[in-house]
Design a protein around this ligand. Sequence first.
Ligand code: HEC
Ligand code: HEC
Length: 471
Amino acid sequence: MRREWKLIAVGAALVTIGAAAGVLGVHAQGASTMADPSKSSYLSVNEEDFRTVFARMSAAKAQIMKRQLDLLSARYDLGDRPAANVRMSRGKPIQEGVRVKLPAGVAWEALEKMTPEEIREKGLFPKGFMPLPHPNHPEGGMVFPHFLIDEVKKQTGRDLTRFDLDFDIPDRFLPEFPAPIYLTTRPDLGDVSRGQLVTTDNYYELFNGILNPKQLEGLRLLLTPFAQQQFNLTADRRSERPSLGVACFDCHQNGSTNGAAHLVGDIRPQEFRHRIETPTLRGVNIQRVFGSQRALKTVEDFTEFEQRAAYFDGDPVIATKKGVNVLERGSQIHDMAEFQEILDFPPAPKLDVFGKLDAGKATSVELRGQALFFGKAQCATCHVPPYYTDNLMHNLKAERFYRPQMVNGMMASADGPIKTFPLRGIKDTPPYLHDGRLLTVDDTVEFFNLVLGLQLTPQEKTDLVAFLWAL
Ligand code: HEC
Ligand code: HEC
């Protein structure tokens, strides 16, 4: 027994050296497309022995996480500076201020006077405005913040810990947990979560008598774990123990989001795939386009197709191996969609029925921000009230400002057209943009100021932030 363990340890050490070489980008095999699985449309179905993979990847974890956390601290000011007079709907402090760092020796005022070409030639586009890689982009897959992992484990016994990597963005830049739940059908009740994370353990007690039986069954399915690429029973999983899988609401916690990340399924090869941050499901009832680029037309489609293709990997081959959960369209999908469709945006007490500020309730700063939003800053061209989306996709062409480049195994190039996410309730769901590259609302204003060439003054930027917080 002893000797066997020693042999395993030696093997693991050798494998670790191999993994480290891989991390540093040293490829033993040639550059041909055939030899490099990361260039294939398909995930590999060749299964290595689980203990070998476990030893190699857990040994490489510290180095991978250091690389990612170094990237975050180079890009952003991660300090704890909560705003004084605004909070999320259930009271979590909101981080304020522009957190994207400027390149040495340049000020925002100087940057916004330059043309996109000039900024690109001089390499002056702030790194935090560029696409954000997954904690380990070449590997990818679902990754959950620790507070979700802890609570799910406590309530249901499922362990969503990955042995190869951790979630990267600090808690203070993530949505409130557990998030409050507002129902379009029962606005009189306010938050119906009673401060709990809804799971298979407590949903019935919380919702029986508030939902109809279809919605209740839909909610049960949204809370039920199904096999998925990283969390399943097969040897190529990324959890130490075999896993029953992942539930919709592990990411869309309480119908909102915990910031859990993944890689988008639509793009190949791997290095071109976008990191995607879980969007909130609040307000899907008024939306017409689903997924940052997939542009599925109904909540039903999104609900059905995710599971058929092993969630986000767009790969039915690998899904079959894990155990696909084909949901029945007329009953199960329909019930799951019905519950999602009654998740309301959080209350915005300062808005009137047109979605504009009520002059009697708003501050003068917020009112100035609103005037800018509909005027000089042109935000309303795409973010149309009352929910502040036009239900279309737009290409912001941020790549005008930087040369295509590799960042920790991700190719930062053109993003293409992305869905206009609604801005109602925006203060509750940082970080921002489809990949979560912007940590605060202030960052989004600075981003659009530069990308749209708005030349806003510092006062105008403050006013706009105040308006966005009121939405
Ligand atoms: C990895 C955590 C994760 C899990 C688990 C998950 N989602 Fe999502 N969900 C996401 C992400 C990330 C996106 C954005 C996808 C994109 O940009 O293409 C998304 C998008 C959506 C959308 C479209 C929202 C929008 O604003 O465009 C719907 C609807 C949705 N998910 C429902 C579900 C359902 C139903 C399930 C369970 C079958 C589920 N999700 C499971 C992370 C998750
Ligand atoms: C040309 C259309 C367009 C204009 C104009 C525009 N936006 Fe957006 N906005 C988008 C798109 C598209 C996205 C999603 C981009 C992404 O995720 O990469 C977005 C995303 C956002 C987000 C993040 C939403 C989220 O949930 O992550 C905020 C905040 C935002 N916009 C604020 C503004 C403000 C403030 C202005 C005006 C200064 C503005 N936008 C002008 C199209 C636009």
